[in-house]
Structures are given as C-alpha cells and as structure tokens.
Design a protein around this ligand. Structure first.
Ligand SMILES: [Mg+2]
Length: 346
C-alpha cells in the first residue's frame, strides 16, 4: 500500500461500526430479499421456487496470495466462485453472505477495497448481500461466502443425469487461469530475489485476468432458457476438466471419451504454455479455476448450440465399462488422468 494513503485501524470503528461502513452502501435489488443486514438473520422469500445454497471458504496462503492479488479482485473473485456453483445447477443466484476472519494487519481502508470488489460482483450479477460475520484471526485472512439461489424444480440440473450417447460440452476456453497463476508465481519469485527488476507481463493480460478476475457464466444459463435447452448433467470447472468430467461420470454411472483436438484453448494459453515448457492440452485438462460450465446434452439438442462460439462439443458419454478416455489428435486412445496439480483450486 502506498505510503501516503490513509490508514485506519479497525479498532477505531468497532465491529458494528465496521459492518455499517462495509455494508451500508449495499441496496437490495431482488424482491425475494425481505430482510438483509441489520437484524439477527436475513429473511428470504423463495416465491414458490426451490432454494439452492453453496458455500466456499478461502484461506490466505492456501487459496490466494496477497503478494499479487489486489484486495478488490479478491473480493470480486470470492463472490464469483460461489455464483458459478449456483449457475452450475441451472439456477439464479439471489443473495450472498460474506464472513471474514482478519488479523490486525488489515486496516479499514484495506477492507474498503475488498468490499468494493464484493459490491462490484453484486452489481454485475444482481445479487444482494444479506449478512455475514466478522471476527479476528491470529494470522491471515479467511473469507467465507455463501450464495443462495432459486430455480423452478423442473429446471434444476445435477451431476448425475448424463446418459450414454449424450454430448459433452464446455463453454469458453480452458487452461488460461492456470497459466495466469504460473505467470504471477514466476514474477513473485523474481521479485523476491531481485526487487528492482520490472515484471515481465506483456502478452499476459488475458491469462492474468482469467486468474485474478474470473467471471461466472450467467450468460450461458440465460442462453439455455432462451433456446429451451436443459442439460442432462452440469457442473462448473473449478478443479480442471479431467477430474471434473469424472465427477459427472461417476455420479451418472457412465464413461466418457474426450477429443483432445476439440478442447478449446485460446491462442494466449497455447503460446504461454509452450514458453513454460508445458503441454497446452495438459494445462486445459488439469489447470483448474476456469469457472466455465461443463455439461452434457442429448444429441438432438446440438443444433441449438450451433453457431454460438461460446460452446464447444468436446466428447461423448459412453458406457461405464469403456472407462474415461482421451482420444488424441493422432487418434490414439489414452486413459484420462485427473492429476489435479493445481492446489490453488477451490
Ligand atoms: Mg462447483
């Protein structure tokens, strides 16, 4: 933080003063939000729909590194990863709660930054902050976000509905967030050894952006509604395609084959992977933190996705006995491996 910035210890506000300062600017936009921050509990009217709840816990040093993560980005991302889980149920997020454990090194101004990111995510995705808790921590920062969403019962999509013959699809492109993390980790190492060197970040905007400021696929859920598509199974990509597709297969009692040549990679991802001496496809299969949607559809629905660049059909659901197979560009068949080498995934 710059030397000339105002620095206020949290103790000068007290817990309730702090809560008022951090949440005072949040105004409810959803009619189901009957009571937000300010009473003992929030009151939510689900208006005859099903309620969907998802929670994530983010721990400094495990899930994020404040050396290269601006607090505003961290606030934004901590909301996004939860909203992504609600969208992955084909549901619409409506409210969030945010709880923090803080050590004394965090100032009021630092928390203002964190909450500016939280508020931006709330605005962008039209969700209301309705509660939370703030407490002390002996060491680092801990952030817990709970997202609450609604859906009509018949619209909900689980992980266990994939059937033999269904097509496996993903949105966007994969592997970029992982490479963004590799760049940030490299620059951190260089900075620690040579603080006077300028970071080498050219051609890295897209990749670093995918790591520090991911988006959730609200647009895809809206597309499904508009074009009357109901996936047979769905989840968001947080751990990496290989391990995530296996979750769908295990829960659905099926096998899969993924076509290496169909897995979407951005040009930036491809080029940066080679710079790091990594196989681009391995980054896409095992990188994690893409927050894209992985879903299966019945083959007759494929035409409804056609022509939209957001979607890639990357494989097919097979019988369970056929296992999990990666079909390479040269048509070789290998068992798909879930390496999960990204320990930063949530
Ligand atoms: Mg998920």
């Amino acid at each position: 933080m710059a030397e000339d910035k105002k620095v206020t210890p949290i103790s000068t506000l007290g817990e309730f003063g702090l809560i008022n300062r951090l949440t005072g600017g949040f105004k409810a936009v959803n009619s189901g939000t009957l009571k937000g921050v300010g009473d003992d509990a929030a009151v939510i009217d689900s208006q005859g729909k099903k309620t969907i709840v998802s929670t994530d816990l983010l721990v400094e040093g495990i899930h994020f590194d404040l050396v290269y993560t601006p607090l505003k980005h961290l606030g934004y991302k901590s909301v996004i990863v939860n909203l992504s889980d609600i969208y992955a149920m084909n549901a619409t997020p409506q409210q969030i709660t945010v709880s923090l454990a803080l050590s004394s090194r965090f100032t009021v101004e630092a928390l203002d930054e964190l909450y500016a990111g939280i508020q931006l995510a709330c605005k962008h995705y039209q969700v209301d902050l309705v509660g939370g808790d703030t407490t002390s921590s002996l060491s680092g920062l801990v952030i817990s976000v709970t997202a609450i969403g609604t859906a009509n019962a018949e619209d909900l999509v689980y992980r266990n509905g994939a059937k033999e013959g269904d097509l496996i699809c993903v949105t966007g492109d994969l592997g970029a967030a992982y490479l963004g993390l590799q760049i940030l980790e490299r620059e951190k190492r260089i900075y620690l050894e040579h603080p006077d060197l300028q970071p080498e970040l050219e051609d890295a905007d897209y990749l670093i952006g995918r790591q520090l400021k991911p988006e959730a696929r609200k647009d895809v859920i809206e597309y499904f509604k508009e074009f009357d598509i109901k996936p047979t199974a769905m989840m968001d990509l947080s751990d990496g395609l290989s391990s995530d597709v296996m979750h769908i297969c295990t829960q659905s009692g099926v096998g899969c084959q993924i076509y290496e040549g169909e897995v979407p990679l951005s040009e930036d991802t491809y080029n940066m992977a080679l710079k790091f001496n990594l196989d681009p496809i391995t980054c896409a299969l095992n990188g994690g933190e893409d927050y894209e949607l992985l879903f299966t559809i019945e083959p007759q629905d494929e035409t409804k996705l056609a022509g939209d660049q957001t979607f890639s059909v990357i494989g097919q659901i097979t019988r369970k006995e056929e296992g999990y197979i990666l079909v390479t560009k040269s048509n070789n068949r290998h068992p798909l491996k879930a390496q999960g080498w990204n320990h930063f995934s949530g």
